[in-house]
Design a protein around this ligand. Structure first.
Ligand code: HEC
Ligand code: HEC
Ligand code: HEC
Ligand code: HEC
Ligand code: HEC
Length: 398
């Protein structure tokens, strides 16, 4: 198949793997046979897939899926939880392949491209991995088999359940991962996860194959990894209330198909509202932290595997908005600044797990200037600033 398609894109380099009868031996070498299993298991490390699918490999390699076993936060969590059932979603190949090999790649190519019969469920759902044959399932049904693997036709790869079979889990009634359930009940239920998380480009599926349209990005956070900056709209209405500066902040979940923050219950949206004087010095700061607080029987915030109930849920549901009015008493002219940030884990849980490096990303922000107080109020007020989320970003030059 590779040979035929090369004619259409002669400028493409040759694949770095053999393409003749010897290829069959190369394939045999990549087949893992686990003595504990009664059958041959056909799984391959992502690096091997990447020899032909370099685009997908480069995008996946820096994604969270590639670090589902190795992220410092997960490693700390596993030490604390001591629960073998975590493997089901974080290392689905753990029972089939060496733990220090392909299984350590977490949610790797051969998890999603052998994944069949995804059945999302409140209890974590399930799926089957078709690893007893060298067939790779993908969304196209008109590709010719290749010597390295045969092509499996799976329109399901364009549908949400393939994601939902890991992205929904409410063990013992405790909502841990809810993005699939949120999405299904929300205003974007007709838009599959892939439409937002795997935007399409024109590209060759494999080295030497023709350029095709509709090739999905595997970073899962947009073409320029900027999905988080496109989730929320922000409105800051500032007015003078008898000399005090009143800032009414509205944060709208306009573009995520589910509650924000999504994912791990310990994720946080941090809202910082501050006033600076004209020279930029900070005069006042107010901070709010939005997300879910899972608590134990005594009401203390604990990681989800120790929690028994939801103490509070201040996530912004899809299509809804969060409001709060902050009142400041600045003596002179200055600016009101509102920053909205994503934080990878709450401070309390980071401390309990001993994790010190916490991921933080800007999501959106706004600045409103005001002047010195006058007899009728502050100069330049009232003022409303609306920050719309930017349109989908372009892929950065590679
Ligand atoms: C020796 C080269 C080579 C290797 C290695 C390789 N592939 Fe492929 N793969 C191809 C070619 C060629 C195509 C078809 C491309 C085309 O026709 O545009 C393809 C297509 C696919 C498709 C699309 C299937 C569909 O029906 O939509 C998937 C999914 C896929 N490969 C996954 C994998 C995975 C996972 C691995 C590693 C286990 C892998 N491939 C390793 C060459 C390779
Ligand atoms: C086999 C289970 C599994 C499947 C299938 C799966 N995911 Fe994930 N996903 C995970 C795990 C586990 C993580 C967390 C990895 C980590 O950070 O440790 C994750 C993380 C993510 C993230 C977070 C990205 C980031 O950078 O923080 C997004 C977005 C995501 N998945 C979307 C999807 C979408 C969309 C699909 C369907 C196309 C999907 N996932 C399919 C298990 C899965
Ligand atoms: C989290 C699950 C997941 C992982 C991990 C993953 N893929 Fe995919 N892949 C998908 C889905 C879903 C699609 C189809 C999305 C769509 O078309 O909307 C896809 C599509 C593809 C296609 C076909 C593209 C096309 O346009 O037909 C290839 C080839 C592919 N992936 C290769 C890889 C390789 C190589 C890796 C590892 C480096 C990998 N994938 C890792 C879920 C995954
Ligand atoms: C309408 C577009 C859209 C749809 C549909 C959508 N998402 Fe998202 N998703 C987003 C945006 C925007 C963000 C960034 C905001 C955030 O991080 O909470 C996001 C974030 C995420 C995260 C990252 C959480 C984190 O912060 O690490 C996960 C996981 C996720 N989505 C999974 C899914 C799954 C699974 C589906 C389908 C059941 C889905 N999403 C459907 C837009 C969408
Ligand atoms: C039903 C599937 C499923 C099971 C079972 C599961 N997880 Fe996850 N886990 C996910 C998904 C999906 C994500 C990604 C959501 C997101 O973006 O945070 C995730 C993310 C995480 C993260 C955040 C990782 C990071 O690097 O940000 C931690 C920590 C975590 N899980 C711990 C665990 C532990 C500990 C267990 C076992 C007690 C477990 N998980 C069991 C699906 C699962």
């Amino acid at each position: 198949m590779g040979c035929e398609s090369e004619k259409e894109t002669p400028h493409k380099p040759q694949p770095a793997v053999p393409r003749d009868a010897a290829a069959a031996d190369a394939l045999a070498a990549s087949v893992v046979v686990d003595a504990a299993l009664p059958r041959k298991v056909f799984v391959t490390g992502a690096g091997r897939c990447g020899e032909c699918h370099d685009k997908m490999y480069d995008e996946w390699e820096v994604s969270a899926h590639a670090h589902a076993v190795s992220s410092p936060l997960y490693k700390a969590a596993l030490v604390s939880a001591k629960d073998p059932t975590c493997d089901r979603c974080h290392s689905p190949l753990a029972d089939a392949a060496p733990r220090d090999g392909v299984a350590s790649e977490g949610v790797t190519c051969d998890v999603c491209h052998t994944l069949r019969e995804p059945t999302p469920g409140v209890d974590g759902g399930g799926f089957r991995l078709a690893i007893d044959d060298m067939v790779k399932f993908g969304p196209r049904c008109d590709l010719k088999d290749h010597y390295f693997h045969r092509m499996g036709c799976s329109p399901e790869h364009k549908e949400a359940p393939i994601c939902g079979s890991c992205h929904w889990w409410e063990p013992k009634g405790l909502p841990v991962f809810t993005e699939f359930a949120d999405w299904r009940a929300g205003p974007a239920a007709k838009t599959p996860c892939q439409d937002c998380h795997m935007p399409k480009e024109r590209a060759a599926l494999a080295t030497g194959s023709p350029v095709r349209t509709g090739v999905p990005h595997h970073g899962l956070l947009g073409l320029a990894s900027d999905l988080r900056t496109r989730a929320l709209g922000l409105e800051v209405a500032v007015r003078d209330d008898h000399g005090a500066v009143e800032a009414a902040v509205t944060i709208a979940n306009t573009n995520a198909g589910h509650a924000v923050p999504a994912g791990l219950p310990e994720h946080r949206i941090i809202v910082r509202a501050r006033v600076r004087d004209a020279a930029g010095a900070e005069l006042a700061l107010e901070t709010r932290s939005l997300g879910r607080l899972l608590v134990d029987a005594s009401g203390q915030e604990v990681p989800f595997w120790r929690a028994t109930k939801v103490g509070a849920d201040t996530r912004i549901q899809a299509g809804t908005a969060w409001h709060e009015t902050f009142v400041f008493h600045p003596p002179a002219a200055g600016t009101v600044e509102v920053e909205v940030l994503y934080r990878g884990v709450s401070d309390a849980i980071a401390k309990q797990l001993g994790v010190s490096e916490i991921e933080e990303h800007a999501m959106t922000s706004a600045r409103v200037r005001f002047g010195v107080p006058t007899a009728t109020g502050r100069a330049q007020l009232p003022k409303t600033l609306t920050v719309k989320p930017p349109a989908p970003g372009k892929r950065p030059a590679r």
